[in-house]
Design a protein around this ligand. Structure first.
Ligand code: SF4
Length: 136
């Protein structure tokens, strides 16, 4: 795990990248910002620019079309940076394993610091894992 993952500085800014998911994981990630879960009260925010974040939140298997954009987005994040893989597809390609358009899992493309399993993982599960990273 890279240095940023252990900082526990009280906040965590992430850029979300859908590398080829079914959008099920996106529904749960979107729910994190609802009034029910209100993830921002823990200092955890999704930001638009990879240049303004601590790391990436990646969902889905990595499709052949998304492998290079995902790598370029990773390179745009300042160091030290973290990568959080969300959902079974991000971890091991899940139900899309072996599909013709899939290049591999997220860890086949870049180092993964935190893996959150589930299909899809519950918003509370994702928030709990991210809070561990943020130290909040
Ligand atoms: S883990 Fe499940 S919900 Fe998430 S992208 Fe894969 S199939 Fe969809």
């Amino acid at each position: 795990m890279q240095e940023a993952a252990g900082r526990n500085r009280g906040s965590l800014q992430l850029r979300h990248v859908d590398a080829g998911s079914c959008n099920g994981c996106e529904l749960e990630i979107t729910s994190m910002s609802s009034p029910v879960y209100d993830v921002e009260r823990f200092g955890i925010r999704l930001e638009a620019s990879p240049r303004h974040v601590d790391g990436l939140l990646v969902t889905g298997p990595v499709t052949r079309n998304m492998a290079d954009p995902l790598r370029r987005t990773f390179e745009a994040v300042p160091q030290p940076r973290v990568v959080v893989a969300v959902g079974d597809c991000a971890l091991d390609c899940g139900v899309f394993a072996g599909a013709y358009g899939v290049q591999g899992s997220v860890c086949d493309v870049m180092p993964v610091d935190l893996a959150i399993p589930g299909c899809p993982p519950h918003p509370a599960t994702i928030i709990s894992a991210l809070r561990g990273l943020a130290g909040t």
